[in-house]
Design a protein around this ligand. Structure first.
Ligand SMILES: [Cu+2]
Length: 153
């Protein structure tokens, strides 16, 4: 009997908590704007290596540079911080106001890494860096490198 009473009390508490936060309206993204982090003036990301136009072996190192922002692991919500994302062979960038997708064209470095080893098939490839906040959402305005083109041997 006592267990039942406690359960009923818990149910009432959960109902009250749920009533306090109304469900999002379907089709709208009310929280997205609130999650955007402002980019400090002059913030930038860039490739330390390889250089634009470089010829590299199939397996090569990519080093990420950043100015005006601090690299922290994903999930760490601090002002003017975030983590690197490497965009590979993607002509059109995804929506810069939403969390970046994670797929073969967009690599997340959510542990706060500032370099990686990449293996790509021979030929020309484009690389671009996008910095994003603790929720994987690019800053506002987005902090992007210019895309570089490399030739993999
Ligand atoms: Cu991310």
């Amino acid at each position: 009997m006592r267990t039942i009473l406690v359960s009923v009390a818990l149910l009432m508490v959960s109902a009250a908590v749920m009533a306090a936060s109304p469900p999002p309206i379907p089709g709208s993204t009310p929280s997205a704007a609130a999650l955007l982090s402002p980019a400090p003036a002059g913030a930038s990301v860039y490739f330390i290596e390889p250089a634009d136009g470089a010829t590299v072996p199939r397996k090569f190192t990519v080093k990420f540079g950043v100015k005006g922002l601090t690299v922290v692991p994903a999930g760490t919500d601090e002002p003017n911080s975030g983590h690197h994302h490497l965009v590979i062979d993607l002509a059109t960038l995804p929506d810069m106001t939403q969390p970046l997708p994670s797929n073969s064209h967009i690599m997340h470095f959510g542990k706060g890494q500032t370099e990686t080893e990449l293996t790509l098939p021979p030929g020309k490839h484009t690389l671009q860096l996008v910095f994003a906040n603790y929720q994987h959402i690019p800053h506002s305005p987005p902090v992007l490198s210019k895309p570089i083109t490399i030739t993999v041997q």
